[in-house]
Design a protein around this ligand. Structure first.
Ligand SMILES: [Fe+2]
Length: 644
């Protein structure tokens, strides 16, 4: 077994407090923490965390820097089959067989990729003094306890684990450790496993382009542009096909702002390609295939996908929109202590896949993957949502787990992005923003106008983002696009979550204060938020006052904006306060998502569905005409002149 470990340094090192701190900077959600408002710009996190709804990225529990070597010739790990994706699959299951002469209940198996996870590639971040550097310098991409499906393992020393692997540009190995995940001792390493073409184009995600008749396709591959030319071959279903070139982006460890993204969590992201499919016919069905033309003239192809082009802005057709936040990812094979961090994620994903024929566009309102600096997890996420994102536009919002990092220009000084500081979100997904590093944008879908804010950058009056929000709200013709929707990750409006209630604000400080006059002036129908991991709906409200007593069938003028927290996409649930607030109409501490259906310019259906049963647990309708949108309500019109 030792011979397989060429390149591993076999000297034992002590545990360094410093190293431990580096590894554990990513400790889940600041939203779970009791925040302390410290002045004009910075929302600081106390060291105290509130309650059991905080989450910990499971990979951050593995103390990679503390690994020691205890390679044992009589222990073994065998993974079968060793070659995956023989028929073009990019998700495969395999068996890993374990034998250990000294088994223990806390033995575990880590999946590493690339397969050679030795210290020879440790970058300077791990310390210039090689004696101080850790023995391995990359986190596993996932792990399982050895006794997960073999309860007698601690007695017999024999176990078989089922793992699901996805194609992510490199080979894999499985390593057996004793000592639990806190003092890992490496016992044995498996044979190498790989996909037939590890560099194949995978996980396409659609997003609306900057104009209504443009769809963008973003995907990941192992081909840089000096090896192959990326493109999309596409056209109307049953019609002639054309090819559109793709741009290619990538980034390096040095683009990460801190640990773990820059250290144990780093993994090469591959090459991210985006192609712009233009001049689409409204509502027409298209097929597409990802392609790479190698310089020897041969081609590498993905499978064939289908999408429906977006409607013309103002067009009257049935339009169905999904909105949720904070979904994250989970492993179908149960690894990483499945259900510990984002327990609702797979249920939400599966409900959306089941109903995909009745969905036109999806908004994932921030906190996308919770990779928190463990970069491999972005591949896992894009693989998990592929059936959705390859079929309908998958529009994302920036959250604290995408962007926040001290001293990096984020509005909050937390370490929630695990050192990613926005680079992953801004590269892995396309959004039609002027500048993807400033994640605000507008997008139209038929009778809807969506104005997407970026709460991780300053939104207050006088800022660039404030000007954008006003411009987005002001520039829509409401006769053609009556349904005006505002989205932001943190709750800028109203939430009864216990941590906002503790603050006494029931919102992110400076949210309403800055924006309510815009929501009112431009008659925003519904404002959606995530960040708080539950569901809540307010009355139509302005300046803390309900402006309607109606609860489920709104007709005529709206008088105010309905605020909705839809942050139960998957991540561990948040608590509600026991305080009763007048404006809170419906609360559900569960996993779920919202569906909006515009039947025409006068009729909208709102439904909240739970992820575990797909059933509607809250709903309302809006029925009104254009004159109701124009009607002057409190603070929504300029004073009229007496002159005649
Ligand atoms: Fe969040």
């Amino acid at each position: 077994m030792g011979s397989r470990m060429v390149g591993f340094r076999a000297t034992r090192i002590g545990e360094s407090e410093d190293g431990e701190a580096r590894l554990e900077v990513s400790e889940g959600c600041s939203e779970g923490g009791v925040g302390r408002w410290t002045g004009s710009r910075a929302w600081r996190r106390n060291t105290v965390t509130a309650g059991d709804h905080t989450g910990v990225q499971p990979l951050s529990r593995v103390r990679v820097h503390a690994v020691t070597f205890a390679l044992d010739e009589s222990a073994s790990v065998n993974a079968l089959p060793a070659l995956l994706g023989m028929h073009g699959e990019h998700i495969e299951w395999l068996n890993v067989e374990i034998r250990s002469p000294k088994p223990s209940a806390d033995d575990w198996v880590g999946v590493f990729s690339p397969a050679k996870f030795n210290s020879s590639t440790c970058p300077p971040e791990f310390g210039n003094n090689k004696e101080q550097a850790p023995l391995i310098c990359s986190s596993p991409i996932k792990y399982h306890y050895a006794n997960y499906s073999s309860p007698d393992y601690a007695k017999t020393g024999k176990a078989i684990l089922r793992f699901q692997l996805i194609n992510q540009r490199s080979d894999f190995s499985f390593a057996l450790f004793s000592g639990g995940i806190s003092s890992p001792k490496l016992i044995a390493v498996s044979n190498t496993v790989s996909f037939a073409n590890p560099r194949a184009p995978v996980y396409p995600r659609l997003a609306q382009g900057k104009s209504w008749d443009e769809m963008t396709v973003t995907w990941t591959s192992g081909y840089d542009i000096d090896e192959a030319a990326p493109f999309v071959e596409w056209g109307p279903k049953n019609g002639p096909k054309t090819r559109s070139p793709a741009g290619t982006l990538t980034f390096s460890r040095n683009d990460m702002c801190g640990s773990p993204a820059r250290t144990f969590g780093w993994r090469h992201p591959g090459y991210i390609h985006t192609s712009f499919l233009k001049d689409l016919w409204p509502n027409s069905v298209y097929t597409y295939k990802l392609g790479h033309q190698l310089f020897d003239g041969t081609y590498v192809w993905s499978k064939l996908y289908t999408f429906k082009a977006s409607p013309y802005p103002g067009q009257n057709s049935l339009q169905k929109v999904i909105i949720f936040g904070d979904m994250g990812k989970a492993e179908r094979d149960g690894s990483n202590e499945y259900s510990n961090y984002q327990p609702g994620s797979l249920n939400t994903t599966d409900q959306l896949i089941k109903d995909l024929d009745n969905i036109d566009i999806v908004f994932h309102n921030g906190d996308i993957t919770y990779a928190n600096g463990y970069i491999s997890q972005w591949d896992q996420f894009t693989s998990q949502v592929e059936p959705i994102a390859s079929t309908v536009p998958y529009m994302i919002t920036s959250g604290n787990h995408e962007r926040d990092w001290p001293g990096s220009g984020s509005f909050y000084n937390t370490t929630d992005s695990g050192g990613e500081c926005g680079v992953l979100a801004e590269t892995m997904f396309y959004v039609p923003a002027e500048n993807r590093a400033k994640f605000w944008y507008a997008t139209d879908y038929g009778m809807f106008r969506f104005c997407i804010a970026d709460t991780e950058h300053d939104w207050r009056e006088g800022t660039e983002q404030y000007r954008f929000i006003e411009q987005c709200l002001a520039s829509v013709d409401r006769r053609k696009q009556p349904w005006l929707i505002f989205l932001a990750h943190r709750v800028l409006g109203y939430s009864s979550s216990s941590f906002y209630a503790q603050e006494g604000s029931f919102e992110e400080p400076m949210g309403r204060e800055s924006l309510q006059k815009l929501w009112q002036k431009y008659r925003v129908d519904i404002a959606f938020y995530g960040h708080v991991h539950n569901y809540e709906r307010s009355c139509p409200i302005y300046e803390n006052q309900c402006v309607s007593t109606e609860k489920s069938h709104y007709t005529g003028t709206m008088n105010g904006t309905i605020h909705v927290v839809a942050g139960g996409g998957g991540s561990h649930l948040s608590d509600f306060t026991t305080l009763q607030t007048r404006w809170s109409l419906y609360r559900d501490s569960n996993y779920g998502f919202v569906k909006l259906t515009a039947f025409n310019h006068s009729s909208l259906l709102f439904e909240y569905k739970r992820s575990n049963d797909g059933k509607v647990h809250d709903s309302f309708t809006i029925s009104r005409d254009y004159r109701d949108v124009l009607a002057c309500v409190h603070d929504s019109c300029s004073p009229t002149t007496m002159a005649s």
